[in-house]
Design a protein around this ligand. Structure first.
Ligand code: UTP
Length: 286
């Protein structure tokens, strides 16, 4: 089945990146020359999605403005003969069909996903958490999940092997079996376990293809870790009803929801540009 919709929950408060996120949406922080959110949207489009649904909250207006037309700026650039730059700006607003839905209260990621029900209805849909920026130019990480869904049906989640001492930072899955290298049938999962209670070292990362059954489950879902309605808890219930697959993705991930991950992503991406690479190496050398 084709996955045409991708949901981006962006209503979180971004407390790990305070004080920057006091007034600034973390999704708008730059990675070299484009905001973090742009990388996720480009990945979704490259994976075959045609409609982008952003679940926004207060203080996230800048995301809507970024993907909107900016007539004054376009006219100003044109009048100054900066046509190439003007074209670049127009291209951003034509990039994708984007719909914005407000999550009125930040009740958790699960609740944010539920806000997409009026649009996704009974279709399978993708979810991308923009903090997780993946680099794999040949095969975008979301497309790796979409391929598994097309072949096996069901829900698909992105997995990464993490060091045992880091399991308590993630949702960790229990695999029933590995049907082929890197493709697991998931039967259970636990959010942020202590190392001794973790069922594996396979951590859930921010890309999903979800069954619409998740909406029914989320409506009944009680608040979990951190007092928030957790998506992991709902997928856990889903495992008991429908097939859930986990794919150990191929690519490199940066957690841009933290200062360290964001800085690392900037350095890594800048190294692709010969001029910036030279500049970074000079700074490090000196
Ligand atoms: P996080 O757990 O990373 O929370 O949310 P956060 O608020 O973004 O950041 P920290 O932890 O406080 O620094 C995971 C994803 O779920 C979205 C976030 O925007 C992020 O993309 N989210 C979270 C919502 O859309 N709504 C919520 O109520 C909570």
């Amino acid at each position: 089945m084709k996955i045409s919709k991708c949901v981006f929950p962006v209503a979180g408060l971004g407390t790990r990146f305070l004080p920057v996120t006091k007034e600034l949406a973390k999704e708008m922080l730059p990675l070299v020359n484009r905001p973090i959110i742009s990388y996720g949207v480009e990945e979704a489009l490259a994976s075959g999605c045609e409609e982008i649904i952003m679940i926004t909250g207060r203080a996230k207006r800048s995301l809507e403005d970024y993907f909107d037309r900016s007539f004054e700026l376009e006219e100003l650039l044109k009048s100054r003969g900066k046509l190439e730059l003007c074209e670049k700006i127009v291209k951003i607003s034509n990039m994708a069909e984007i719909l914005f839905i407000r999550q009125r209260e930040p009740l958790g990621l699960g609740h944010a996903v539920l806000c997409a029900e009026p649009v996704c209805k009974s279709e399978y849909f993708a979810v991308a958490l923009p903090d997780d920026v993946f680099i794999n130019r040949e095969s975008p990480v979301l497309s790796q999940l979409v391929k598994v869904h097309e072949k096996m049906g069901g829900t698909v989640i992105a997995l990464e092997e993490v060091a045992p001492e880091n399991v308590s930072r993630y949702g960790i899955v229990k695999s029933q079996f590995e049907i082929e290298p890197g493709l697991h049938k998931i039967i259970d999962m636990i959010e942020k376990p202590r190392p001794e209670e973790a069922p594996s070292n396979l951590a859930i990362m921010g890309r999903y293809v979800l069954s619409p059954t998740i909406f029914e489950i989320l409506k009944e879902q009680k608040a979990g870790t951190g007092g928030e309605i957790q998506l992991t808890d709902a997928i856990r219930t889903l495992c008991t009803r429908e097939p859930v697959w986990g794919v150990v993705y191929n690519g490199r991930r940066f957690d841009c929801g933290t200062q360290k991950g964001w800085l690392a992503a900037n350095v890594r991406l800048a190294m692709d540009d010969p001029e910036l690479k030279e500049m970074i190496l000079n700074i490090v050398r000196s």
